[in-house]
Design a protein around this ligand. Structure first.
Ligand code: HPA
Length: 232
């Protein structure tokens, strides 16, 4: 058992999906996994292990933001030997994206202090695992969805009054979320594989947002892309 995950070694699969919301973790387990078993309820941050097309896979909520995600991902990599971690989340769309689009993140810029702390003050550029990225793109091409591949940004503030959004948009950043730079940097540190796939749940400029049914449909396509990336 680790501090935040009450599982025994072996309870968690080598491959894990990481939604921010623990109820999304439960939804993924119920809708995609065969025989899911819940291994964690600490802080209601649910985690499940089951199989997908015969492959053992887990799904774990991470909470929002790099500090919360980094607690869970550290414990998953260090204490449970997780090898492949795919974040499946939502993001705020910037120029060039539309609501419900899927964004596959090659890299994530960040203003997170956590990232700098982990790299001794350097502006490290965290990157996705290329093999997972390529497989995710292959899967996305076969599905009925609009997708983009490029850089996103992991921001500490959801409610941000600064001009950061304009700067990021002018540099071609596709979307904002709050976790990926932490995930990719931890994967580099532990020599594990990581990828983020997210659906655009709201447009940052206009605040236009998807309703919950649309979010669920988008989520379904994204989870399929994530599982294909892991196992195909
Ligand atoms: N900003 C940051 N994170 C997000 C957003 C956003 O607009 N939407 C979903 N996650």
């Amino acid at each position: 058992m680790s501090i935040h995950i009450a599982a025994q070694p072996g309870d968690i699969a080598d491959t894990i999906l990481l939604p921010g919301d623990p109820l999304r973790a439960q939804w993924i387990a119920e809708n995609f996994l065969e025989s899911p078993v819940r291994y964690n309820t600490v802080r209601n941050m649910f985690g499940f292990t089951g199989t997908y097309e015969g492959n053992r896979v887990s799904v774990q909520g991470t909470g929002m933001g790099v500090p919360s995600l980094s607690i869970y991902v550290n414990e998953l990599f260090r204490d449970y030997g997780v090898q492949t971690a795919i974040r499946v989340g939502t993001c705020g769309g910037l120029a060039g994206t539309q609501l419900r689009d899927v964004v596959i993140a090659m890299t994530s810029s960040t203003d997170s202090g956590t990232n700098r702390r982990m790299t001794g003050g350097l502006d490290y550029a965290p990157v996705a695992n290329y093999e997972l990225l390529e497989k995710a793109v292959q899967s996305a091409r076969t599905q009925d969805l609009n997708f983009h591949v490029g850089g996103i940004a992991t921001m500490d503030l959801f409610y941000d009054d600064s001009n950061a959004v304009q700067v990021l948009e002018s540099l071609g950043v596709l979307a904002l979320e709050m976790e990926t730079s932490g995930l990719y940097t931890l994967a580099a540190k532990y020599r594990r594989r990581a990828l983020t796939i997210c659906t655009v749940s709201d447009m940052v400029a206009t605040h236009e947002a998807t309703d919950s049914q649309e979010r669920e449909q988008g989520f379904r396509a994204m989870v399929k892309v994530a599982l294909d990336a892991a196992f195909n």
